[in-house]
Design a protein around this ligand. Structure first.
Ligand code: PLP
Length: 222
């Protein structure tokens, strides 16, 4: 069995320059995260706010914490002081709450808009049309404490690589269109968060800049 350090090294070797590996550590104990930290890993992703808070307290201060799971509005305030990037922003009301809480502590918080592309109705996110409608009404002046850095999506949970590939291609096209229409002169609108352990090579083919990898680094979750 390769160690966590070895797996990290193997995966990093497959990532193009400029791609960020977010180590998804949900359900894994602190010792596991510390082993990855010791191997140089600094970006960690968690899906649940309560678990994120526990781990943030236990881990060194220079970890960059990514919230990748559905975020309830009543939990926003808990993560705003330290979160590095919120991937899973899936509604205008959530954006408004992030703005409200970030303003209170004079922070500008980086977020991604989650787009729903997968076949499953269970996955959350803006539809493309809702995202366009939201951005049409959005202005950086009205949301001074939010910084939209790009898009996030999850592909369908299927073994059919053609389906997954098509979904990532769709996400990439949506990114380009949204960039052209709403962020043409903003170089910081540049992040594409797609790809998990089973599908990240396909995500990289479709210009992912952030890959969210759990199982391939840490093994199966308990
Ligand atoms: C759990 C999770 C991942 C990591 O999944 P693996 O298949 O273990 O790599 C990535 N993204 C999101 C949104 C997740 O919830």
């Amino acid at each position: 069995m390769p160690t966590i350090a070895e797996r990290l090294q193997q995966v990093r070797a497959t990532l193009p320059e400029g791609t960020t590996l977010v180590a998804v550590s949900k359900f894994h104990p602190i010792e596991t995260l510390l082993a990855a930290y010791a191997a140089g890993q600094r970006h960690f992703g968690e899906s649940y706010v309560t678990e994120l808070l526990t781990k943030q307290t236990a881990m060194p201060d220079d970890v960059c914490w990514h919230l990748i799971g559905h975020l309830q509005r009543n939990k926003v305030r808990l993560i705003i002081p330290f979160v590095h990037l919120i991937h899973s922003v899936d509604s205008p009301r959530l954006v408004a709450e992030i703005q409200r809480q970030a303003e209170k502590i004079h922070r500008v918080v980086d977020i991604l808009l989650e787009i729903h592309i997968a076949q499953e109705a269970t996955k959350s996110g803006f539809t493309y049309d809702d995202c366009i409608a939201f951005l049409s009404n959005y202005s950086a002046e009205t949301f001074p404490n939010i910084h939209i850095c790009g898009l996030m999506t999850m592909a369908s949970n299927t073994d059919d690589e053609a389906v997954i590939s098509r979904e990532f291609a769709t996400a990439d096209r949506m990114f380009n269109e949204i960039k052209r229409r709403f962020f043409p002169y903003d170089d910081t609108f540049c992040q594409r968060s797609w790809g998990m352990s089973d599908d990240y090579p396909l995500a990289l083919q479709h210009h992912a800049t952030l890959v969210r990898l759990g199982t391939i680094i840490f093994g199966p979750r308990q």
